[in-house]
Design a protein around this ligand. Structure first.
Ligand SMILES: *[C@@H]1O[C@H](CO)[C@@H](O)[C@H](O)[C@H]1NC(C)=O
Ligand SMILES: *[C@@H]1O[C@H](CO)[C@@H](O)[C@H](O)[C@H]1NC(C)=O
Ligand SMILES: *[C@@H]1O[C@H](CO)[C@@H](O)[C@H](O)[C@H]1NC(C)=O
Ligand SMILES: *[C@@H]1O[C@H](CO)[C@@H](O)[C@H](O)[C@H]1NC(C)=O
Ligand SMILES: *[C@@H]1O[C@H](CO)[C@@H](O)[C@H](O)[C@H]1NC(C)=O
Ligand SMILES: *[C@@H]1O[C@H](CO)[C@@H](O)[C@H](O)[C@H]1NC(C)=O
Ligand SMILES: *[C@@H]1O[C@H](CO)[C@@H](O)[C@H](O)[C@H]1NC(C)=O
Length: 589
């Protein structure tokens, strides 16, 4: 059995790659540049301008409500979130700040830099606060996916620091500011945000290291296991997070000289081949095991059939489709392209995005939904949505758990990351300008669909708060139930465990799991270690209980179930940000 090199490193053992990184990538990966990343003829909408300041205003308003109504500075967290959804809130806040600083650079030149900086810093301080508010002790004991959200989140924060600093400040040099005159210091001082980078980087490194224990070669020839305390289940989310966090570590982790509490070991370098290998091998495994269905969408994962003696194969597939499983891998694919220059990673990402858009019932060539819809009636389900709107299977019936309330935000966050303009400066021996143009052209084809979703989401706002299900923003209020929402909730081998928990059976095992339960289990454990987390947890849990009171329903489908929450607010912010960023870059030169 092989463990990832950093697991060994965490124990203070010398780092040695069991398998050296291949000099050239596997041949199935290096394919030539396709003539297009599109599986359809591009639409004839040249000159169709999308971006306008109103969409920046809409994105900003979603951010204001997220931070103003759901963030609590005293606790340094979003108290109604659970550990992993708070980790994603921190990730999305970092991404939104990157977008905001980039957008403000050219916004209203009459407004001073100090005024713009004042706004950005009001949020940056909340981001820093959430570093201390993060319950790391708890998350350490959770499932590997929970752990990996933390690693990705702080790398996103490192990216914000680099972006903001590069836009406005001198480079972060090692030049000491001691014994220099005031004028010199004022001119040369790097942005103070850099002083947080070692902390952010350290946390990412620790959590990536903890997660690396989830990779096991003895079952299914590789892959990450979801949860060490349950029957082995190798699911899409944990593996996608592993791939994306590993390549992001390779790209953005600046190295870490902070070794406590493992003082015996040396520092952790940047550009660690273990991180690149984690991503490359992880993706090879994910493709090899086949986690996509006949619509090209990621299904949830694989069990190991316990009816067969000594079975070690991933041979029982769960067909459940969630939106976030179509998203997280996009950051991994984009990063793998940036690092290796192999166009097939981009091809795979574009193919997945197009499969998703298509399965919402969207006609690319006409840039509109395939189905007609009437106000007040439910258009047909198309696999991952209807009438061109991305939809979770729990959305229309108002039955989403706290977990799945976060999923659409995750999809749009990673779509935004994937469609970042391609750096033409890095040379991989391929004509990168051509790749960049193809990539930009393909992403431009996603703008109309993203806009369609953004407009629907905006239509569900009450007091600036977004609903979970965006459909009503397009086709009006429909009170569907699980038996009338047009979705086959009893389809074979399809377990909605993220909403309903795991069944206790031969396939899922004897230990039941329910959404959010990890948090509860761990919190009890943590209290024995650290007394004062008890008080904090008591207050936080009271806030959660108060917020959890069912809202008045009326005829608003989004008032059912958990109603409007910090998680559904993230959905609104993520889709508006995706629309603003994609439309802007499709129009840039
Ligand atoms: C560091 O400081 C020295 C002395 O003031 C100066 O000559 C040098 O250019 C500085 N380096 C950078 C990268 O700013
Ligand atoms: C930037 O500066 C800080 C504080 O001086 C330092 O700790 C950090 O390592 C630097 N970061 C980079 C990327 O050079
Ligand atoms: C870690 O320390 C080494 C040796 O002093 C230095 O070269 C490197 O830049 C440091 N890395 C970071 C991220 O501070
Ligand atoms: C993966 O499985 C799906 C569903 O069974 C099937 O349609 C598809 O062809 C498979 N893909 C590969 C590459 O084997
Ligand atoms: C459900 O799983 C069983 C066992 O793997 C398999 O034989 C069957 O074909 C699957 N059915 C569907 C519809 O995926
Ligand atoms: C889109 O979905 C339809 C069925 O809804 C299918 O026939 C078609 O092949 C899909 N197209 C692409 C490009 O995936
Ligand atoms: C590629 O694009 C960059 C800027 O976008 C330009 O400077 C460079 O000349 C281009 N290279 C080629 C080979 O066209």
């Amino acid at each position: 059995m092989r463990s990832w090199p950093l697991s060994a490193a965490l124990l203070g053992v010398a780092v040695a790659m069991e398998e050296p990184l291949p000099k050239t990538l596997p041949t199935e990966v290096v394919r030539s540049l396709p003539t297009s990343f599109l599986d359809f003829a591009p639409s004839a909408r040249a000159g169709n301008k999308h971006s306008n300041v109103q969409s920046l205003e809409d994105m900003f308003s979603a951010l204001q409500v997220l931070q103003g109504d759901y963030y609590d500075a005293d606790y340094g967290t979003w108290p109604t979130a659970i550990d992993w959804t708070a980790a994603f809130a921190q990730t999305l806040l970092s991404g939104a700040l990157t977008t905001l600083t980039e957008s403000l650079a050219s916004f209203e030149p009459s407004i001073s830099f100090a005024q713009k900086e004042n706004l950005l810093m009001s949020y940056f301080h909340q981001l820093v606060g959430s570093y201390y508010g993060q319950d790391t002790l708890s998350i350490r004991g959770e499932a590997y996916d929970d752990i990996l959200w933390v690693a990705l989140g702080w790398l996103e924060a490192v990216e914000f620091v680099s972006t903001h600093s590069a836009l406005h400040y001198p480079p972060n040099t090692t030049n000491s500011t001691d014994h220099q005159c005031l004028r010199q210091v004022l001119q040369d001082l790097p942005w103070h945000g850099h002083s947080w980078v070692p902390s952010f980087a350290h946390r990412s490194r620790i959590f990536w290291g903890l997660a690396s224990r989830g990779w096991t070669d003895d079952l299914c020839h590789g892959g990450m296991v979801w949860n060490p305390r349950l029957s082995p289940y190798k699911n899409a989310i944990t593996n996608e997070l592993w791939i994306s966090a590993s390549i992001a570590m390779y790209q953005y982790f600046p190295g870490d000289n902070f070794t406590a509490p493992w003082l015996q070991q040396s520092a952790f370098p940047d550009r660690d081949p273990a991180h690149l290998a984690g991503a490359v091998e992880g993706y090879k495994w994910l493709v090899g095991v086949n986690m996509t269905n006949n619509q090209g969408l990621f299904v949830d994962g694989y069990h190991i059939d316990s009816r067969k003696a000594n079975n070690r194969e991933c041979d029982l597939r769960d067909e459940m489709v969630y939106t976030y499983n179509q998203g997280v891998i996009l950051t991994g694919l984009r990063g793998l392209w940036s690092v290796t220059g192999a166009p097939s990673y981009l091809t795979d990402g574009h193919r997945l995005i197009q499969a998703v858009i298509n399965a919402t019932g969207w006609d690319f060539t006409r840039s509109q939904p395939v189905d007609q819809f009437r106000s007040g009636s439910l258009p047909p389900w198309r696999g991952i949505g209807r009438a061109g709107i991305l939809e979770e299977r729990c959305d229309a019936s108002g039955t989403c758990s706290q977990d799945s309330q976060t999923f659409k935000a995750i999809f749009f966050h990673h779509l935004t990351a994937f469609c970042k303009p391609i750096e033409t400066s890095n040379a991989h021996g391929i004509d990168q300008n051509h790749t960049a143009a193809l990539h930009k052209g393909a992403c431009a084809e996603y703008v109309a669909w993203t806009r369609h979703n953004a407009v629907a989401a905006l239509g569900t706002r009450i007091d600036g708060k977004f609903g979970m299900w965006w459909g009503p923003g397009l086709f009006g209020n429909v009170m569907a139930t699980k038996s009338s929402d047009g979705i086959d909730h009893d389809a074979a081998n399809t377990t909605d465990y993220r909403d309903e928990g795991t069944p206790v059976d031969r396939i899922w095992g004897r230990e039941p799991w329910s959404p959010g339960s990890e948090g509860v289990l761990r919190r009890q454990g943590a209290a024995t270690i650290q007394e004062n987390t008890n008080v904090r947890e008591k207050v936080l849990s009271r806030i959660r209980t108060l917020a959890g009171r069912p809202p008045k329903e009326g005829n608003d489908p989004n008032a059912r179930g958990r109603g409007r929450t910090v998680e559904t607010q993230m959905g609104g912010l993520a889709v508006l940000r995706a629309y603003w960023v994609l439309s802007r870059s499709s129009e840039s030169k």
